[in-house]
Design a protein around this ligand. Structure first.
Ligand SMILES: O=C(CO)[C@@H](O)[C@H](O)[C@H](O)[C@H](O)COP(=O)(O)O
Ligand SMILES: [Zn+2]
Length: 197
């Protein structure tokens, strides 16, 4: 087994996918950022959910909004729905794991808020339930997906934005997801406080 060759292949594939998707994703990312700024300026908030690596991405993104990304600006209203062990375990224990995010969306979501739903497959039942709950709350959904977006893509409606990473390998999709999330942070800051360059 040639580990060095494997590493090289991972780096090549990751870089290649990012280069291929740069053109495809720029406009939808800009649209998602504009929707998010509109929501935040209207006193709305952004709820974020995902499983596994995407749960980490949800927290990473919400922290960069709530605290800061690269420039000084006021803190922005974002909440990761993946962090409260008591809430997550009680919902999963008393109801079902499918409801861990949707119950929080029902409780916290208001008309005009945004749900950022992150799923590499677009098939995770708890993410699908969260999207349904967001629509019931008149929230806009920004879906960050892979593999065509699965059932999640089918749930999206008019004002929703689909950021679809057209690839099949979960790790590669996640690597693009984190780039997309940083692009969103940068675009939000840029619209709110301007950019240096
Ligand atoms: O990070 C990884 C794989 O790279 C895993 O933890 C992965 O996120 C988990 O299997 C998730 O449960 C996958 O969920 P999803 O992206 O299909 O919604
Ligand atoms: Zn991973």
């Amino acid at each position: 087994m040639d580990l060095i060759a494997r590493m090289n292949r991972h780096f090549q594939e990751s870089a290649q996918l990012k280069m291929t998707l740069a053109q495809v994703l720029a406009a939808p990312i800009a649209m998602a950022a504009e929707r998010m700024v509109q929501c935040l300026l209207a006193e709305g908030k952004i709820l974020v959910c995902g499983n596994g690596g995407s749960a980490a991405d949800a927290q990473h993104f919400s922290a960069e909004l709530l605290n800061r990304f690269e420039v000084e600006r006021p803190p922005l209203a974002a909440i990761a729905l993946t962090t409260d062990a008591s809430t997550l375990t009680s919902i999963a224990n008393d109801y079902q794991f499918d409801k861990v995010f949707s119950k929080q969306v029902h409780a916290l979501g208001q008309r005009g808020d945004i749900l950022l739903a992150i799923s590499t497959s677009g098939q995770s039942p708890n993410i699908l339930e969260a999207v349904r709950a967001a629509h019931e709350r008149d929230m806009v959904v920004v879906a960050l997906t892979g593999k065509g977006g699965g059932k999640l893509a089918e749930l999206l409606t008019g004002d929703d934005v689909h950021l679809s990473v057209e690839a099949q390998n979960t790790a590669r999709i996640q690597e693009v997801h984190i780039l997309v999330l940083h692009c969103l942070c940068d675009a939000i800051d840029c619209i709110l406080v301007g950019a240096d360059e």
